[in-house]
Design a protein. Structure first.
Length: 785
């Protein structure tokens, strides 16, 4: 089919198909000493918003950093926080110590930064020295002689008492004898002689009195021994504790704990030196008994500033801390030394960064975190106890005051879901920082992007990249946005390009990464995700998917579609057909995809717009006495979007007029009710799809019609640009349906005569002629009845 002169008006030159980066304007190498990249490059709005949140210390001003995965939100935020954290006060250390009054309720103590480790070291050292000195003193010869003298009092008194009773008993045929269980009993000397019962009762009473006296004496002796032990322990311990008490004289809680510890050691000195009491033996995790351990929950280097913590596994335990347990002889045990800190403890006084999606994956993590933020307290509690999954006793440590700024990272859709699911969410996250996925492309942003690339090269220790490599990468970043005037900001994608380009250069023993290496890497990356594309294209190449790229046909057109699944996205031509049923209906258009529930709501909207346009074009001239059906042939999946509206209008009008459409030209584009062409998404992939279908049979006639408003989105590959430059392939930009129809039919579309009627030789004139013909037949049939 011959294309009219209008084609030259709408044909695009090869220069319009891609915006090329001028490599001469870029630094020649990443090895050069380049300026420092601005922290807020591409994300000024987001970082400004976060700074606002950081300036406000009121409750509820936590941050939700919203943006697509891979934008580098965490890296940028961490850098921002590091700058701010330097000038912030270093938070206090926190420790847990044994509660000598109630072992189930460990005591929390805060100390100036860096002090907790000193207290722990000195306390543990004190224990080692104290135990050694106590053992040396109390187990020494002098002290043992004192103990023996005191204990001998019991033996002497016992012998005297029992000797008197025994002598009297023998006068009555009785004697004292020790039983097998250690008791002293009165037994007969001669079983053949009678025993005076009154004498026996008197002796039994005296024996009982003697035993009571002995017991009281033993109690007194034990009291004397305790006094001796404690007196000696006090003399040993007071000099040891005094320096520590002096060092921490300004910390009331520490002083109270140290004094309680000293008193406990004095009271239990015998158990300490005996070395066989579990409560006073070092644990497997500590060189001191747990009751004397200093359990550091959080500690900071003095002057280090505020902490910045990222928790990649935000479970309830990892956020709020937990209590560990051990089992001995079937009994579950725990103590103060088994309290473990969570991310909130480590971030207290600073910043905590979490991935929102990860947080919501773990049961009870969100509820626990929310409770801590709202109460301003970190309370370590057993999750099993909370859920009543165990009946065993657990610790109830003191709560710790919480002062943290939380930054949640997540996609915008997740932010809205949280707003809907939790009515309290906004009250805690009043600040939403939106991270953009693109930036305006100009000389300044291209230069800044090179600085970003250079930073990443340096951080990953990759080989140097030259300016030609930079230019190809920047072109690729524009292609990823489907826009000549934007650059993609996904740091993850960019890093992948750099790493794979460096690999190609290394394989070729090149010391510098150049344009060719980057292009090869990009080609490899595309090929790796092309499996699904190859499956679809095999059906076209094998003739199973019917596509015609030559000649002309009535009611048939090549529309362009996008196949998108996981990490694979590509364009594919699809045959769109229209059938007309004359003299039946009132202009209804049956959308077959919609009828079988394969068409989405946006596709249905496009069909309705097209139907409205159809009525506005012809209903004033004649009756619309027909029905029509439209279908994407050989489509077995869901289809949505309005990007085929232009194609649907063209194929329907072709069928109505019985005028063939060029099959060597594919078309894509949305359309409004006025027939104006509107931009669509995925324009580059769609053009590539039709070019692939024509590649082996290019004769200079094939091409694609697209909306003129899509021109800024063109970032086509070099092979298509070369084909257009050589006149083997063409792109046509249109503003209106009529322009597309003229390109496809080679005839005038809507020219009117002086009476305001469509000329008979035009496409619309032919349609009206057919409609009138169908009406005439209807009228004749009606008269003949």
């Amino acid at each position: 089919m011959k294309i009219t002169a209008l084609a030259n008006t709408h044909r695009l030159s090869s220069d319009a198909l891609k915006r090329h980066t001028d490599a001469t304007k870029l630094p020649k190498s990443s090895r050069l000493s380049l300026p420092k990249l601005e922290l807020d490059f591409g994300q000024k709005h987001a970082l400004k918003t976060i700074n606002t949140a950081l300036d406000i210390q009121a409750a509820g001003y936590h941050v939700f950093a919203a943006g697509e995965t891979g934008l580098g939100k965490r890296t940028l935020i961490t850098r921002l926080l590091k700058e701010r954290a330097k000038s912030m006060p270093t938070p206090n250390d926190w420790i847990y110590v044994h509660n000598f009054g109630d072992a189930r309720r460990p005591i929390a103590i805060d100390l100036p930064a860096g002090t907790a480790a000193i207290l722990q070291q000195k306390t543990h050292k004190l224990w080692q020295v104290a135990k050694k000195k106590l053992s040396s003193k109390l187990l020494g010869e002098v002290h043992q002689n004192q103990i023996r003298r005191i204990k001998s009092t019991i033996s002497t008194s016992q012998n005297e008492q029992f000797s008197i009773i025994d002598n009297e008993a023998k006068l009555h045929n009785l004697s004292l004898k020790s039983s097998s269980d250690g008791r002293i009993e009165l037994v007969a000397l001669d079983n053949n002689q009678p025993i005076n019962q009154q004498a026996l009762a008197t002796l039994q009473h005296k024996l009982s009195q003697a035993e009571l006296y002995i017991e009281e004496l033993e109690d007194d002796i034990h009291s004397q021994l305790d006094t001796l032990y404690q007196s000696t322990a006090r003399k040993v311990l007071e000099p040891l504790f005094r320096p520590l008490l002096d060092n921490f004289a300004n910390f009331a809680k520490v002083i109270k704990h140290l004094k309680a510890m000293q008193a406990d050691m004095i009271d239990n000195v015998a158990r300490i030196i005996n070395g066989d009491d579990e409560a006073f033996l070092p644990t497997t995790l500590s060189d001191v008994p747990s009751r004397y351990a200093i359990n550091i929950i959080s500690s900071h280097k003095a002057g280090a500033g505020a902490p910045i913590v990222f928790e990649d596994l935000p479970t309830h335990l990892n956020l709020l801390g937990h209590i560990e347990y051990t089992t001995e002889l079937g009994t579950v045990l725990t103590d103060v030394s088994m309290i473990r800190a969570g991310a909130l403890h480590r971030a207290n006084g600073g910043f905590l960064i979490l991935q929102a999606e990860n947080l919501l994956e773990h049961p009870y993590a969100w509820q626990g975190l929310k409770r801590a933020l709202q109460s301003g307290q970190i309370k370590i509690s057993s999750l099993e106890q909370m859920l009543t999954l165990t009946g065993s006793l657990s610790l109830e440590p003191d709560s710790i005051c919480l002062d943290v700024k939380l930054i949640l990272l997540g996609e915008l859709s997740l932010y809205y879901q949280l707003l809907e699911m939790d009515s309290e969410f906004y009250g805690m996250f009043k600040i939403r920082a939106d991270f953009y996925d693109t930036i305006k492309r100009d000389d300044a942003s291209e230069y800044m992007m090179v600085l970003k690339i250079a930073d990443m090269i340096k951080a990953r220790q990759l080989p140097a990249f030259d300016n030609t490599a930079f230019a190809v990468i920047i072109d690729e970043l524009a292609r990823l946005t489907d826009n000549q005037n934007k650059l993609d900001l996904h740091a993850g994608r960019l890093l992948g390009i750099l790493v794979e380009s460096a690999r190609i250069a290394n394989l070729s023993n090149a010391k510098t990464v150049k344009a060719l290496h980057v292009k090869t890497a990009l080609s490899d990356m595309t090929e790796r995700t092309s499996y699904l594309k190859q499956l679809y294209w095999q059906e076209i190449y094998n003739g199973q998917q019917l596509i015609t790229i030559t000649g002309a046909a009535v009611g048939q057109i090549n529309a362009l579609t996008i196949i998108s699944y996981a990490d694979s996205e590509f364009g594919l031509p699809a045959r769109l057909t229209a059938l007309i049923t004359p003299r039946f209906g009132t202009g209804e258009v049956l959308d077959i995809e919609r009828e079988v529930e394969l068409g989405g709501s946006l596709h249905a909207k496009g069909m309705l717009i097209m139907s409205g346009l159809l009525r506005s074009l012809f209903s004033e001239f004649c009756e619309l006495n027909f029905s029509a059906s439209l279908a994407f042939e050989q489509n077995y999946g869901e289809i949505d979007g309005d990007s085929a509206t232009l194609a649907e209008a063209c194929v329907l009008l072709s069928a109505l007029a019985d005028v063939p459409l060029a099959q060597n030209i594919a078309i894509t584009g949305s359309m409004n009710q006025l027939g104006q062409a509107q931009a669509i998404g995925g324009v580059n992939a769609k053009i590539i799809g039709f070019f692939e279908a024509c590649r082996d049979a290019l004769d200079g006639s094939q091409g694609v019609i697209l909306p003129r408003s899509n021109l800024p989105h063109l970032m086509l590959p070099d092979d298509i640009i070369d084909a257009v430059h050589a006149g083997k392939f063409h792109l046509y930009a249109v503003d209106h349906l009529n322009q597309a129809l003229e390109l496809l039919t080679g005839m005038a579309i809507a020219d009117k005569n002086k009476h305001g009627e469509y000329k008979r030789a035009t496409l619309f004139g032919k349609i009206i002629k057919r409609l009138e013909g169908w009406s005439d037949k209807d009228n004749k049939d009606e008269k003949s009845k």
